[in-house]
Design a protein around this ligand. Structure first.
Ligand code: ATP
Ligand code: MG
Length: 512
């Protein structure tokens, strides 16, 4: 049962957009957007990748200052000149792309630019750490306030970003895909915080591609398509499939892969007794005695809770682990040792990471360069036509993956979050790998694009590619994988064929 809407009937608009239009070179990101949000409301904004959701929220939070149309906050027309103005008006934002300074501690990030000072005017680190710890406790997580952000995993970084927004104690809070890197239990904790904020009367604008989140809490749901408002409806008047339909303007069918449509071929990757030590511990393991075989044409899923070792496993196979793993990895019948990702790549293994900003994207490069980056060595001998070839490859991939961009020469940073993710997937497909490792690849990708991606993955497997896939969403594993392995605290606790696998069985094995 969904909780009822708790919005008082007489609440008044606290935010109003009127005819807001935002153009970027070659793209109209928003076009005449008009809507209002009422005091204390939980207001969700849905739309495909590139629909304009983040742009809209960047205007409200003072990140984007140059736009047409008007914005009213608490009845007064405002024109923010920067994020400080928005904060002063009681508006804070949890950004989709994490906005943290990697070298600074979690606490220093939370108080960046508004450091707490002692009586003599010196920075009071202890006070900031205490306050940070308070917000982490609210989020029921144990992030160490002193830990430098680059040492935190993505999910914890996202929690720092959330703590930062909460610490401003704003009464208007924007959440732009706050849960994309969180595990299910972390999401549940965040929702408990959201419930408390709502009871305290905080207005929340919420963006997510996950319909269950949108439908759990929203008072109203706005659907954006190509920068325009398609519809605003009260939650109880609409349904997830109706919203999805409005988002994409067509019916989406997720085609589950047919069992035995293409029986897997010969083993391509064999892992025997793979173990990875926990740093600084002689006998504690991140991975312990993991063995499995991956066959050509097969999609093998890896399920597990946070910290189970999913990412570590993929990193070992890609030569990207902190220290070399023990055990054996066989590729195509040959024993391999990868000291570096470049060696794994050379051998035909590709990895799409969960953390696109840190490990995947080259922010100063174009869409085309980001896609063809790893492909270049092969293109080299044809030096003079390389430019055109690169262009053609990038153009083909953008169409195939449905990347929304003004041109392949546009800077990658001008793309919406989900479209950036598609570019990274494209980059690795171009290397024509034998084995593709996908670490939560559909994070932040909209429903339509997900269906496209599944179809593409399926086609590639028919051509003999072998895929190892992790996902934070179990239904995703259940629709695409031939087999699912379950990791719990670094050990394999179960293996299911697609026919045997159910959410309950997987969860039970993941908690063993
Ligand atoms: N700085 C920029 N320069 C040029 N174009 C931009 C810039 N920021 C956004 N855009 C374009 O504006 C459009 C809307 O992008 P926006 O980030 O708002 O999408 P979104 O709805 O948040 O998508 P996603 O679900 O992928 O996060 C996209 O076509 C994007 O390429
Ligand atoms: Mg966005």
């Amino acid at each position: 049962m969904l909780p009822p809407s708790i919005l008082p009937a007489d609440s008044r608009p606290v935010i109003a957009f009127h005819g807001v239009t935002k153009k970027f070179p070659g793209v109209v990101a928003l076009s005449g957007v008009t809507f209002d949000v009422r005091q204390g409301e939980f207001y969700s904004i849905c739309g495909e990748n590139g629909a304009g959701k983040s742009t809209l929220m960047k205007i409200l939070s003072g990140v984007i200052t140059d736009y047409d149309g008007s914005l009213t906050v608490r009845g007064e027309e405002v024109r923010f000149r920067g994020t400080r103005d928005a904060e002063a008006a009681g508006i804070s934002i949890i950004h989709q792309e994490l906005n943290l300074v990697e070298q600074l501690s979690a606490a220093a990030n939370i108080f960046l630019g508004r450091e707490l000072r002692g009586r003599l005017g010196f920075r009071d680190d202890a006070a900031m750490q205490r306050e940070a710890a308070h917000w982490f406790a609210q989020l029921e997580c144990d992030v160490d306030p002193r830990c430098p952000v680059h040492r935190l995993r993505v999910g914890d970084q996202q929690l720092v970003e959330i703590a930062k927004a909460l610490s401003l104690r704003s009464d208007i809070l924007i959440m732009d895909e706050p849960t994309s890197a969180l595990t299910e239990s972390e999401v549940a904790r965040l929702f408990r915080v959201i419930d408390r904020l709502r009871t305290a009367g905080v207005t929340i604008l919420y963006i997510s591609h996950k319909m269950d989140e949108v439908f759990r809490l929203s008072d109203r749901i706005l659907v954006l398509r190509d920068g325009q408002v398609v519809n605003v409806e009260r939650r109880e008047e609409t349904t997830p499939s109706r919203v999805t339909h409005q988002m994409v303007g067509r019916e989406i069918e997720t085609v589950a892969r047919e069992v035995d449509s293409h029986p897997p071929g010969a083993p391509v990757l064999e892992v025997r007794n793979l173990s990875l030590r926990r740093r600084g511990h002689a006998r504690r393991w991140r991975l312990e005695q993991v063995s499995f075989t991956l066959r050509r044409g097969e999609i093998l899923g890896i399920a597990g809770l946070m910290g189970a070792g999913r990412t570590e496993l993929l990193e070992c196979l890609f030569g990207a682990s902190e220290e070399p793993p023990a055990g054996e990895i066989w590729l195509d019948g040959r024993r391999v040792h990868f000291a570096h990702p470049s060696e794994a790549k050379q051998a035909g293994i590709a990895l799409v990471t969960e953390d696109r900003k840190r490990l995947g994207l080259f922010a100063h490069m174009s869409v085309k360069e980001n896609m063809t980056l790893c492909h270049l060595p092969q293109a080299m001998p044809l030096g003079f036509i390389q430019g055109r070839k690169e262009q053609a490859l990038a153009a083909e991939l953008t169409t195939q993956l449905g990347v929304k961009t003004a041109s392949t020469a546009a800077p990658i940073t001008s793309l919406s979050g989900g479209n950036q993710q598609k570019c990274i997937i494209g980059r690795w497909l171009l290397t024509s790998p034998q084995v593709l490792l996908l670490d939560d690849p559909t994070r932040g990708i909209d429903v339509g694009a997900k269906a496209e991606l599944y179809r593409l993955i399926d086609d590639l497997c028919r051509d003999g590619l072998a895929i190892l896939l992790t996902s934070s969403e179990l239904p995703e594993l259940l629709t695409v994988c031939d087999r699912i392995l379950v990791l719990s605290e670094g050990r394999l606790t179960a293996e299911f064929s697609r026919a045997e696998a159910t959410e309950e069985r997987i969860l039970e094995a993941a908690m063993r």
